[in-house]
Every structure is written in structure tokens, then in C-alpha cells.
Write a protein that binds this ligand. Sequence first.
Ligand SMILES: [Cu+2]
Length: 357
Amino acid sequence: MKFAAQKISRRKLLGGAAGATAAIPFLHEAVPHQGVHDQLAQAQAQAQDGHGGGEQPGVSSASHRGSAHRGTVGRVDPEVNGFDPTEILRNFDRGTVTRENGRVVRTFEIVAEDKEIEVAPGVKFAAWTYNGRVPGPTLRAREGERVRVSFVNASSHPHTIHFHGIHTDVHDGIPGVGPGNISPGGSYTYEFDAFPFGLHLYHCHSTPLAEHIAKGLYGTFIIDPKDERPEADELVMVMNGFDTNFDRTNEVYAVNTVAFAYEEKPIRVKRGDLIRMYVVNVLEYDLLNSFHIHANFFDYYPTGTRREPAEFTDTITQAQGQRGIVELRFPFTGKYMFHAHVSEFAELGWMGFFEVV
Ligand SMILES: [Cu+2]
């Protein structure tokens, strides 16, 4: 059964689960990962009794376990991963600041390392990480500063760091140009000016590219404009996914890696505060991802490179590598859902709640 299980894709599973009751015993034997297995079987059981056992969104217990929104069984202990999705939201790495000829130089240190992480309760993933976390640290500089990134490859595979931005080819972090691949044990310092201002990203560009990204080598790179954005409660949301059985489709979807993390522990914000979300799509193996908020609308700044919003909406779509800044205020207290408007992703982990107090 093990061998058969490895060949069954998540799409086939869902296709079967959507159709017939007979799919349940099949699922029980076939799903290769206990956590996903439990989620899917439970999702189907709930779909059959109509409304997820009678619990209602925003009314059920804080943990939402077994809720109508497709909660997982159990939780991922942040101690196990060494990083916490709740802390990743508001964690910014501003590097070490020095001055050269009167100019600010911001130096960041990034180490690539192999590390097993837990992406849903009971679902382990052999990740490749920057600084031991997925996504990697959120690097933050100001427009016009000099950025220096000291990269050490402590992983067992060659890697690079490719930054989005405007810079010379030798610092572009691709194989075959400049330093090219950085071998295990090797190091290199990438250097460039911080511009244009906006919401950018960085990721490994070694080949096979999809694998190097999907394994976890990516992060957010924010360049603040010279004249600051208004004070806000800022949150980084990296939309990602995990191919846990190597079939080049994802079995788990999330924001900041851990499926259902913000359903388990809703994001606390204050009513009336300006909330600024840095939303980045790094998903591999799916063409599109999306972000939708319930009971509210937001201003959207694609790539964060203009000061005027391009759209006032409640849903945006991003292809891989696209990103944008979302700004909104919650006028009412309560629990408000956010999720991928691709329902399939939402049911496999990409959903959460704001708890407005
Ligand atoms: Cu790599």
C-alpha cells in the first residue's frame, strides 16, 4: 500500500473525496501522511453532515479544532520548528547598520541549512531553509541605502540568493554568472543599492529551480520609501505550499508555512488601527494564489512601488513571485476570516482569522 500511496496525487484524492462516500475507506488507506489523511477524511465527514457538526465561524472555541472551516487535529508546536508563524508576522530583520562615506550600509547574514520542519500537525517536510526558518527572515532596508548580504551555505546542496530589485549581474544570484552556485561550505557577499522602494522577495535560483524554491528557500525583502509610510500594525504574509510526496503538486497550503496556523491562533489586531499586510506569493506547482478577506475591503498597492492604491477590493490574485501591500482597518470587533479564494487551497491549510479587539 505504501508504494501505491506515493503515486496518488492530492488532486486525485480531492477528486475522489468530492464525489462519493465510498472514497473514505480508500482515503484512509491511501493517504501517505497522517495529518493530511485526517484532514481530508474529517473534511468529508463534515461535508456530509452539512455544517461541520453545528459549529459556526467566530462562535466556536478559540482553537477551532474540528471546526466547519476544516481545522486540523492537534497543533504544530513552534518549539519543534524553531519558528512561530505568529512571530513571523511581525518579525523584521533590519540587519546591522554601519556608515561608509556618510551613507548607510545595512548588512544581513543569511545561512542556508537543511532542516526537517512540521507544516501541518503530523506532516513533516525535509525543508531547505534560510536561517532555519520558512519563509526566511524578512529583510528590511530603506530606499537609497547600500545592502550587503553575507551568505553562507551550510546546506548539503549548492544554493544562491537571488534578490528582486535593480542591481548588477554579478550580484543577481544565478548559476553561471558572477559567483554562480555557492557550494556547500562556501560563502559569498551580495551587494547592491536598495531600490526601487516596494515589496520584493528573494529566493534561491539554483536548478532545478522549482525544487529549490519549493523546499523553502525564499523570503520577503521590503524596501521602505524615503518618506515613510504612515504608522501601522504591519504583518508579513508569505503564501506558500508543500509537496510532501514529491509528485510536483502541493498537499499542504499555508501563509507562513504552518497550515491553519491562524485558525488555531487568530491574528490579534486592534479595531480602527491601520493594518498593513505585505502579501507575497511564492507558491510552486500552482499557477495562481489569492487573498480574500471577509466582511471588509482593502486598498491594494501591487508590488508596493506606488504610493497611491491601484484598487479597492476584497480579493486579489497573484501569480508566483507577485506580491503587494494590503491596507485596511477593521471597523468592528470580532472574528474575521481570511483565506485563499481558491477553495481547494483554503481547505488544505490556507485560511485563518483576525481577532479584532
Ligand atoms: Cu537552492
